[in-house]
Design a protein around this ligand. Structure first.
Ligand code: HEC
Length: 169
């Protein structure tokens, strides 16, 4: 948990350094280009952490899987108003059915990511507000993934992280 806090502190500091300390107050005026940069930064942090955590703790019975921790982090980030995100399955054999693609965007994302596209994005209007949505692939990067996800094949795109950030209106 300590390592995770460090990662987020570094992420927050990077934003402050890049955009000035008051940048958070302007979050609601994001352009799609800015939202894309933020998603790419977050994606690197989350994916680094998921792989690091899996390599280091996978043989520890009883350790919470990286996916479960990640979902908890996503919940917290959403509560704080930074972004929302979902870790979803790109196969029809999700360990948790809750992680199956739900809406049109998620279904389309899974399709194009499995076909080899590396990034998928759209600006949508949800309840009258503009939202930037993006999807990145989650491939089977380690053999350790298959300890629990026994059905996946090496390097297959088995999932996706789906992000949503509010845009300037
Ligand atoms: C220790 C067991 C374990 C390992 C190892 C593991 N996972 Fe998972 N993974 C889970 C569990 C349990 C869930 C469901 C969590 C939930 O929704 O609460 C899950 C969910 C997922 C999901 C969402 C789709 C689904 O199946 O529900 C993706 C994508 C995923 N994991 C990717 C990976 C990747 C990539 C690796 C290797 C880097 C990996 N996992 C390693 C246990 C594991």
């Amino acid at each position: 948990m300590k390592n995770l806090s460090k990662v987020f502190l570094i992420t927050a500091l990077s934003f402050c350094l890049v955009k000035g300390v008051y940048s958070f107050e302007q979050w609601n005026n994001l352009s799609p280009e800015e939202a894309r940069t933020i998603v790419k930064l977050l994606d690197d942090v989350y994916k680094y952490y998921i792989v690091f955590d899996t390599i280091n703790h996978v043989d520890n019975q009883g350790k919470t899987p990286a996916a479960t921790t990640t979902k908890q982090v996503f919940k917290e980030m959403e509560k704080k108003g930074w972004h929302s995100a979902r870790l979803i399955s790109a196969t029809d054999k999700a360990l948790n059915k809750e992680n199956m693609p739900k809406d049109e965007f998620e279904k389309e994302a899974v399709k194009v990511l499995r076909e080899g596209q590396v990034f998928f994005e759209k600006t949508e209007t949800v309840e009258g507000k503009k939202v930037y949505r993006a999807a990145t692939p989650v491939p089977v990067v380690l053999k350790e993934c298959k300890m629990c996800h026994v059905y996946v094949k090496d390097e297959e795109v088995m999932g996706s992280i789906i992000y949503a950030l509010p845009l300037g209106q």
